[in-house]
Design a protein around this ligand. Structure first.
Ligand SMILES: C[S@@+](CC[C@H](N)C(=O)[O-])C[C@H]1O[C@@H](n2cnc3c(N)ncnc32)[C@H](O)[C@@H]1O
Length: 246
């Protein structure tokens, strides 16, 4: 790839979108394995927590935006069978293809519906869903504010957006350790496991550093007209779950 990962992390719009999509196509086959290795299995705990928050108001319909290999829809379907319909939307055919195979294997095809789509232009009518989730997706979109407004648009009044995303570790000691790990070790291991040549595992820490911190993301959600926005730090703020109500 001709672009430096830290430059890609600073781009916006279609240029960012295209380069990010090349990266996800490159690693789709090894994405799940790498998540487990690189997070020491913690990503399952983070995702379980996000699902619990998404399900707490007993929604009937849900959309997972940037569903990728569909971990979140599958967790929702197996732990919360009363949720009748989960749309699993992603821009990337390779990531979604892995997700669709997992849905078939888990026999969840009547509950989870994978489909191609862009977070910035979701193609659903206004006020369609009770809950929207996004797991590690919105850091990657071309225009964050456009995506937030679009998510707000497709939620029913009173519907909630649950956003699981990397954030800023709260303690300076943890931040230093995390910087060392994510800048020095993670790119090397991730690239080796995935056999990747797009530098996605260098883009990952660069994109996390470019992404708004907890308070700033909460403000951006409020500007997109979400009310009662709050967030919960997980693993000392390495990850945060933001919650906003329409
Ligand atoms: C880091 S993966 C997360 C996948 C999954 N949610 C998870 O938690 O494992 C990010 C996903 O967001 C998708 N994505 C990035 N930009 C997108 C956009 N504008 N619209 C829809 N999906 C997008 C990517 O294709 C990728 O599958």
């Amino acid at each position: 790839m001709s672009h430096q990962p830290h430059i890609v992390a600073q781009l916006t719009g279609p240029q960012r979108e295209g380069l990010v999509q090349q990266m996800f196509s490159s690693i789709a086959q090894r994405y799940d394995l790498n998540n487990t290795i690189l997070s020491f299995g913690l990503h399952y705990r983070w995702k379980r927590m996000a699902c619990r928050m998404a399900a707490e108001t007993h929604p009937a319909s849900m959309i997972d935006i940037g569903a990728g290999t569909c971990d979140l829809p599958l967790m929702i379907a197996s732990h919360y069978p009363s949720i009748q319909r989960v749309m699993a939307v992603d821009l990337n055919a390779s990531m979604l293809g892995i997700g669709a195979a997992k849905i078939r294997e888990g026999k969840r095809g009547d509950q989870i519906h994978p489909c191609r789509g862009n977070a910035e232009s979701l193609g659903f009518q206004n006020e369609t869903f009770d809950v929207a989730m996004a797991g590690f997706c919105i850091r990657n979109v071309g225009h964050l504010d456009v995506a937030l407004r679009e998510i707000h648009r497709i939620l029913k009044p009173g519907g909630r957006f649950i956003c699981l995303e990397f954030s800023r570790p709260v303690s300076p000691v943890l931040r230093s350790l995390y910087d060392f790990y994510s800048l020095r070790i993670l790119p090397w291991v991730g690239t080796w496991v995935a056999g990747d040549q797009t530098e996605v595992y260098r883009y990952l820490p660069a994109s996390i550093r470019e992404f708004p911190d907890q308070e700033t993301l909460a403000d951006r959600m409020r500007k997109a007209r979400f009310s009662t926005v709050d967030y919960h730090n997980l693993s000392g703020g390495i990850v945060a779950i933001h919650r906003g109500v329409k």
